[in-house]
Design a protein around this ligand. Structure first.
Ligand SMILES: Nc1ncnc2c1ncn2[C@@H]1O[C@H](COP(=O)(O)OP(=O)(O)O)[C@@H](O)[C@H]1O
Ligand SMILES: [Mg+2]
Length: 233
């Protein structure tokens, strides 16, 4: 367990998977949004089943999936697209997987995808083909993913085991803690202690697990960008 001083900075040139977990209101979407907005030189796509994921200024919101994500006209122009999924659609599951496919194809185009409800797009035992490809081979497809969920037990275990980084906010349910500990290969007692100590620091503190270093770091609340509209509590 290290403190936040040695927090390893994120390298946006690498294609990578970030998983953000924690109970409702703990700060997942805030974290995802900050990382998403600050990631430079990449086309960005938000799959947003609830209409809650705000990708910041300059994004185009769509309700129907296109054949391909919009592209900039000139080299160096990048686009941010937010798709609000319709959970009442008969083809909802297929639509979600097709949306993940937009982050994959064309293969050499770099795309950053934000999935604010990972349980919908990567449900345990029911992950669609594009979602599975993304989890297993994100690097080969030049895709990066930021995925959020309040209940790690409901998501495909691949998402935990393939994540390059796991951000863990307050996670009260023991079964979620066990699943995370198993997924990242940290003894459950160690993770429990680290989570309890982090919660005691105050709201919005989090643990960051870095898979490459196989290290846990404790981090203070992320500073929020100007212009953020706080949710009504
Ligand atoms: N780093 C932070 N610093 C200060 N307040 C925060 C921070 N993260 C979250 N909050 C507050 O908590 C609220 C809920 O955060 P949010 O990210 O939407 O939670 P979640 O997505 O985990 O349900 C935000 O609207 C904001 O008011
Ligand atoms: Mg949220």
């Amino acid at each position: 367990m290290s403190d936040a001083v040695s927090f390893p900075l994120l390298n946006p040139d690498l294609n990578q998977i970030l998983l953000v977990i924690g109970r409702k209101g703990s700060g997942k979407s805030v974290f995802a949004r900050e990382v998403f907005m600050s990631w430079p030189y990449i086309d960005k796509f938000v799959i947003d089943p609830t209409g809650d994921a705000d990708p910041g200024p300059g994004a185009t919101t769509i309700r129907t999936l296109p054949a391909q994500l919009p592209e900039g006209i000139r080299k160096g122009d990048f686009k941010t697209t937010r798709w609000i999924a319709d959970p009442s659609s008969k083809t909802y599951r297929e639509d979600l997987d097709r949306a993940v496919g937009l982050a994959l194809y064309p293969k050499h185009r770099r795309v950053l995808l934000w999935v604010d409800e990972a349980g919908e797009v990567f449900p345990a035992g029911r992950t669609g083909p594009s979602a599975r490809t993304l989890l297993q081979q994100s690097r080969h497809w030049y895709a990066s993913l930021i995925a959020c969920t309040p209940r790690p037990v409901t998501i495909d275990p691949l998402l935990l085991s393939q994540a390059d980084r796991v951000v863990i906010y307050d996670l009260p349910h023991p079964r979620d803690r066990e699943r995370v500990a198993a997924g990242i290969g940290v003894p459950p007692g160690d993770l429990n202690r680290a989570l309890d100590e982090t919660r005691a620091r105050g709201p919005h503190w989090y643990l960051l697990y870095d898979a490459r270093a196989h290290e846990l770091y404790r981090c203070p609340p992320l500073p929020i960008s100007a212009g953020y509209k706080h949710a009504e509590q």
